[in-house]
Design a protein around this ligand. Sequence first.
Ligand code: SAM
Length: 223
Amino acid sequence: MPTLYIVATPIGNLKDISLRAIETLKEVDFILAEDTRESFKLLNHYGIKKPLISYFQHSRLSKVEHILDLLIQGKNLALISDAGTPGINDPGGRLIEEVVKKFGERVQIVPIPGPNAAITALSISGFNADKFLFLGYPPHKKGRNKFFKEVAGSKHPVVFYESVHRILKTLAELNQLENLKDRQIMVARELTKKFETVYRGKIEEIIPQIENQKLGEFVVIVS
Ligand code: SAM
């Protein structure tokens, strides 16, 4: 049966990859990557030489069809994203959806677990993470208010992603919500990378500390 491996890769530090992930990437016929240049760095580091096929959310249907064709031919494929676990808030999810819809039980989908930015941040938060709400990215326009209300109304810690371009705007808007002002939050920047920084405190205490950051990827956790 053709197999599609969903392989988690590092979120920064190249050493954060499992032996099984490396082994799988060395064995498959093709690797499907979000951005081939980005994945090349990782594959090169581990001496993995396999044909790469790029996929991304807005790729034309023909690319998905091509990938489905390879599965029909019985090829084994590995899907990786730019960072972390494919399908968790990245375009891999759409491809997995198509494969499940089109092939059902005829293709084996095998997870090769590993890093994920949300879980990595949660693991050091010190907030009770027995239950939590993961909300992905805040919408830019439509649904943004609803998103913030959901954060404010949650009984459990809320985890979400944000980019460097929008982190200050998002934190400022969160701070406008009455019952969030005094809440403890944690912001994790550049996890596992050289400039890894973790900020803890109230929103108004954290904003000035990240005002000068021009680079970075962020996970926000609201207690
Ligand atoms: N699939 C990925 C995962 O498993 O975490 C998430 C992909 S999503 C497109 C990328 C977002 O994850 C970034 O904008 C950032 O919010 C968060 N992220 C990824 N790597 C990170 C890191 N090293 N430190 C902090 N946040 C990170």
